[in-house]
Design a protein around this ligand. Structure first.
Ligand SMILES: [Zn+2]
Length: 104
């Protein structure tokens, strides 16, 4: 497979995001115990792995992120490991597009 084709597949399936800081106090709607619980109920499946590209860690939290590929002013919940959830607002990373759940 050539590089252009690989790029196209990544663009179609992944999206660049960054963490939204100051969201640790944001509580999920009742009756959800956590944002990961909220995400799992919305999706109807368990969050197993971190959604970040090439990350093999387990999903630990439902993280608040924003899409930096297109500024759509939406906030999304995505399952991330602690390592990716702790990345600063300046660091951009790539997650699976189908894992984004919009909350606004
Ligand atoms: Zn990760």
């Amino acid at each position: 497979m050539d590089i252009d084709r690989i790029k196209k597949i990544i663009e179609a399936n992944f999206v660049q995001v960054k963490n939204l800081s100051g969201t640790s106090e944001e509580k999920p709607p009742i009756p959800y115990a956590s944002w990961l619980d909220y995400w799992e109920n919305y999706k109807g499946r368990k969050a197993k792995k971190c959604s970040a590209l090439n990350c093999e860690n387990d999903a630990n939290v439902g993280a608040h992120v924003i899409n930096t590929d297109s500024i759509d002013f939406n906030i999304y919940i995505v399952p991330l490991c602690y390592e990716h959830n702790n990345k600063s607002e300046e660091s951009l990373f790539v997650v699976k597009k189908k894992d984004l759940v919009c909350i606004n």
